[in-house]
Each structure stands twice: as C-alpha cells, then as structure tokens.
Design a protein around this ligand. Structure first.
Ligand code: FES
Length: 136
C-alpha cells in the first residue's frame, strides 16, 4: 500500500465513535469517517442521508451505539457496516461508501475516486451554524 494513502492505525479507530478524515475528489475536499463494527472497518462520506448538509461527525466523533451510527440532528440510525439507515426520517437510505482496506494493522484509502488529504477536517466551519465557510 502507498504510505500517502494511510489513514490511521486500526487501533486508532474507536468502537463507540468515528474517526474523521479528509479526501480530495478532483478539486473538491470532502470529509469522510472511519467506523468499526465486529472488527471490520468501513468508510463513509460524512453527511446524513436526511439533510445532506448535516455532518455525522462534527469533529469530535459521531456516536456509534450497538454497531449503529447515530445522526445527532434527528436521531437517524445507520448500520456501521452496511451504511443502511434502519430508523429515522431517511429509513432505507444508504450512506455513501468510500473504499478502504486494512493491511499490517493500518487502514488505507483504496478508492480510485479519492485521494487522502489528512486526518481530521481541512474544511473551516462557522461553529455558530455548523455550516462550512465559503462562497456559495
Ligand atoms: S439530519 Fe440526520 S436525521 Fe435528520
């Protein structure tokens, strides 16, 4: 695996929360999260399927309870391993997957649509509204 696609050590991915990272797709930087369930690690784009401007992980880790990711806004639950929303206003929707792989105790980005940028977010947010700062 390429060292510049290494996201984190497997041991750094919490079992009750998420690990935030940033990827680049073309000129756009986007957030993604790593989540672990039953020893399997998956990556998802960091937004809810109900309101797509709502981040699941706001920088301090999203709640993961009984193997399900919780959206803090209206309480939607997403299976950490399949991304399927099992409860809430977007029930039946699926999170957007990003391909990752584990090798020698580390998680690597393997998705050809994305480049790894950094751990955490590279995007600045207006903390009062939790919206990204930018011109749109
Ligand atoms: S924005 Fe996530 S459940 Fe409504």
């Amino acid at each position: 695996m390429e060292e510049d696609s290494r996201i984190a050590a497997v041991s750094e991915v919490p079992d009750d929360s998420t690990l935030l990272f940033t990827v680049r797709s073309g000129f756009d930087e986007e957030e993604a999260i790593l989540v672990e369930r039953d020893g399997e690690i998956r990556a998802w784009r960091n937004y809810c399927q109900h309101w797509t401007d709502v981040r699941l992980d706001k920088g301090e880790g999203a709640t993961v309870r009984d193997g399900e990711l919780v959206c803090g806004k209206h309480g939607a639950l997403f299976e950490a391993d399949s991304g399927l929303c099992t409860y809430g206003p977007c029930e039946g929707a699926v999170l957007e997957a990003i391909d990752v792989a584990v090798e020698d105790g580390a998680v690597y980005l393997t998705d050809p649509d994305y480049e790894f940028v950094q751990r955490g977010s590279s995007i600045e947010y207006d903390l009062s509204s939790n919206r990204s700062l930018g011109f749109d």
